[in-house]
Write a protein that binds this ligand. Structure first.
Ligand code: PLP
Length: 388
């Protein structure tokens, strides 16, 4: 039987249009900064992709800087000094939520001047706690830089971005959002989000790995270059542009944009089938962030008595690729920081498994996943009971 891939939040299967665009760009390689005909053709590919990414996200093409991916975008964005809509601004302290991707929790160029925002049991940021931090900093004449993700990569929980953006703006701060998991999955508009800076990644929306973007709401908002070099990206990011990958990024963004709303409904229905099916087999299964607004493609769950490490290998042997949450560089199953921040029972944390779907997921894939789940649960849960 064909393998079933259900790990789109780690990386999406590449879309056909993206693969074609990458191949076409590779056939006529040139440096996009060269002035000859070939160079100008490469430049045209990069600028076309910029317009496509801008169209998907309601952004100004001039406010998009291509990067090597969202890790770089996040590290670059978190800068105490920046130009905000053309005016120089200095932020004194960074506030991030406790469920951010490690590239945000690393603090960028703020070093260790970080305040952590707690989340509730559904993984949603406390706006009241944010307001308290903003008030306290204001009382000390400090300006805050706040970074809160649009959707969590493990649970899929969506944060109240507009409310956060308003509070930050009222306090005179700067707001960045890591929108990696929403871009190309649900409607997201940079202009309407209220964020000053937005990070996205191509490989989460069906483009190639190793490229992404840092997008400003206003074309005159810019952070000092994180990668300094030959002045590419109008001095915002040094390094020869990865023309082929950027071409694939643009093609994937266009394709994702064409089917955004129907795909959301289709995947939402498949998610309901997955969650009902998980519970039909294991009545006591817990679905994390179930009560929060979530991405339609993501289910993060745990069943008492089932260890994720063993279950994920069992799924893999049966031809189904799922994960334990965030992809860990060591390839091991590490306890989820997101679930710890949500104060989930450590036994359930050990069993946390993530199913994430995408453009190529079918009803048959979901049926196969559920058949394997029934088998895996029956065998592992018995073993758990014997060991107890
Ligand atoms: N932010 C979130 C929420 C992610 O899920 C990821 C990818 O795992 C990243 C940032 C990093 O993106 P990239 O792989 O493009 O560096």
């Amino acid at each position: 039987m064909a393998r079933v891939y259900l790990d789109y939040n780690a990386t999406s299967l590449p879309r056909a249009a993206a693969k074609e665009a990458v191949a076409a760009a590779m056939l006529a390689p040139a440096n996009a900064s060269s002035v000859h005909t070939e160079g100008r053709a490469a430049r045209a590919i990069v600028e076309d992709a910029r317009r496509r990414v801008a169209a998907l996200l309601g952004a100004d093409p001039d406010a998009i800087t291509f990067t090597s991916g969202a890790t770089e975008s996040n590290l670059a964005a978190l800068s105490p000094e920046l130009e905000l809509e053309g005016k120089p601004v200095r932020c004194d302290v960074l506030i991030v939520s406790s469920v951010e991707h490690p590239s945000v929790r690393a603090g960028g160029r703020f070093g260790d001047k970080i305040d952590i925002l707690p989340v509730d049991e559904n993984g949603i940021v406390s706006v009241a706690a944010l307001q308290d931090l903003l008030d306290a900093q204001r009382a000390n004449a400090q300006r805050a830089f706040v970074s809160v993700m649009a959707a969590n990569n493990e649970t899929g929980a969506l944060q109240p971005l507009r409310e956060i953006a308003e509070r930050v703006r009222d306090a005179g701060g700067v707001f960045h959002t890591d929108a990696v998991q929403v871009a190309g999955k649900i409607p997201f508009n940079v202009a309407e989000s209220g964020a000053d800076l937005v990070s996205i990644s191509a490989h989460k929306l069906g483009g190639p790995q190793g490229t992404g973007a840092l997008i400003a709401r206003h074309p005159d908002t810019r952070v000092p270059a994180f990668m300094r070099g030959g002045g590419q990206e109008r001095g915002r990011r040094g390094g020869t542009e990865n023309v082929a990958a950027i071409a694939g990024f643009g093609a994937a963004a266009s394709e994702a944009g064409q089917t955004l709303t129907p795909e959301g409904s289709r995947l939402g229905a498949l998610r309901a089938k997955i969650e009902n099916g998980i519970r039909a087999v294991a009545r006591e299964a817990v679905i994390f962030s179930e009560r929060a607004a979530r991405l339609p493609n993501t289910t993060y769950f745990s069943a008492p008595g089932v260890s994720a490490e063993t279950a994920i290998i069992a799924f893999d042997l049966e031809g189904v690729a799922i994960s334990s949450g965030s992809a860990c560089s060591s390839g091991k199953v590490a306890a989820s920081e997101t679930l710890k921040a949500m104060r989930v029972d450590p036994e359930l944390v050990k069993g946390a498994m993530r199913v994430s779907m995408g453009w190529n997921t079918t009803d048959a894939d979901v049926t196969q996943f559920l058949q394997v789940w029934s088998k895996v649960y029956t065998s592992l849960n018995k073993r758990g009971a014997r060991a107890a």
